[in-house]
Design a protein around this ligand. Structure first.
Ligand code: SF4
Length: 371
């Protein structure tokens, strides 16, 4: 262990730490909570704009709790990992019911709430309340694994337990808020994933990884696993006003609560009258692409269906009532104008397809689909 770890880290932080991030202004428990959730799996530079928009619209736990899920997911669109946004919303509602619209101030109470893990709870207590609590996010894991030579993938229980033990031992009783921010900053700005700037690091003399030339080996990588490939066709059904039919997905499961194009399996589509009419389509061709989730790849075939071809979809399994004239008024179905976006959350493939369509309209590229 390095005896004066916190003293050296804080001295480095005073000179080089980040002190002007939006969530560092007035670090209330609510602002720290939202920033910590957004920063999971997402870089600071991306989070800044999302955080500012979120706080402008939902300045308090009460305003967040009172919003619709669609509006919360709308402000989350593009950040990914949407369960984070849904959990924030659910937790805000629970806080208004059980905690007078305030976050509790102990790690034990915080980790009982949806979406708040041990590290996020530690960050809220340490940064916003000044309590002695420990964090272990991705940046801190990297610093500690390298500095103290902890081998193995931090996702393994044994490795995580060892890192938590080291992190807890190092956590000081004074300036714990700055210390916590300093650990995150060291990982994000010096002890980066590739090419860490060890020459500028306050621990370069003791650091096991630096001294033994193992910075590229620590922390250990997740064992790689082949993931399966699935396929789907997304139907881009466009009406005469240039709007597209979107359906709201069930609130649990993949893309829960987000809006997406209707989907059908390719084999079923090939049996329909639509397959024949697509051969002579005049709709712009949107290229197939792959979207990767943590546990599978999804190969997406976008099929652009014009209003004139709309009737050929009737009776296609999986489409429910979207082919009837009442499609617009069906709950969970809506015509969406990409030029005047509604306040709903969109899946990443939908955003990507709308971007492709906008580019195609500019170049007026038209080609047959040929299923
Ligand atoms: S010396 Fe290099 S590898 Fe070690 S903690 Fe510092 S930046 Fe990271």
């Amino acid at each position: 262990m390095i005896d004066d770890f916190d003293t050296r880290l804080l001295a480095w932080f005073d000179l080089h730490g980040r002190k002007h991030l939006p969530w560092q202004r007035s670090p209330t428990p609510y602002r720290v909570w939202v920033s910590e959730i957004m920063l999971q799996q997402t870089q600071v530079s991306t989070v800044i704009g999302y955080f500012e928009r979120f706080m402008t619209r939902f300045p308090t736990i009460n305003t967040l709790a009172a919003a619709s899920e669609d509006e919360v997911l709308h402000l989350w669109t593009g950040l990914g990992y949407y369960a984070r946004g849904r959990n924030l919303h659910k937790t805000a509602q629970r806080l208004t019911r059980e905690y007078n619209a305030e976050l509790p101030q102990t790690v034990a109470q915080l980790i009982e709430l949806p979406g708040i893990g041990r590290s996020t709870a530690g960050a809220i207590v340490a940064i916003a309340c000044g309590g002695r609590a420990t964090i272990l996010d991705g940046n801190v894991k990297r610093v500690l694994a390298r500095c103290f030579g902890v081998a193995g993938w931090p996702g393994q229980t044994r490795v995580a337990a060892e890192l938590w033990q080291i992190a807890a031992t190092l956590t000081p009783t004074r300036r714990v808020n700055d210390y916590t921010q300093a650990m995150m900053d060291l990982g994000a700005t010096l002890c980066t994933r590739s090419k860490p700037n060890c020459a500028a690091c306050p621990f370069s003399v003791e650091c096991v990884a630096h001294q033994s030339g193992q910075t590229s080996l620590l922390p250990g990588k997740k064992p790689s696993k082949k993931i399966p490939v699935r396929q789907t066709c997304m139907l881009l059904i466009e009406n005469q006003q240039g709007e597209f039919l979107l359906q709201k997905r069930p609130s649990t499961g993949l893309w829960g609560g987000l809006w997406s194009f209707p989907e059908v399996p390719l084999e079923q589509l090939q049996q329909t009258a639509l397959a024949a009419s697509l051969k002579s389509t005049t709709a712009p061709l949107v290229l197939p692409f792959r979207h990767t989730f943590t546990h599978f790849h999804l190969d997406i075939r976008p099929i652009h269906v014009t209003y004139a071809q709309f009737h050929t979809l009737a009776g296609l399994p999986g489409l429910g009532n979207v082919t009837g004239p009442s499609a617009v008024s069906e709950p969970g179905s809506s015509w969406y104008d990409p030029q005047a976006p509604q306040t709903v959350g969109l899946t990443r493939p939908v955003t990507r397809i709308f971007q492709q369509l906008a580019a195609l309209h500019k170049t007026a590229s038209i080609a047959p689909h040929g299923l």
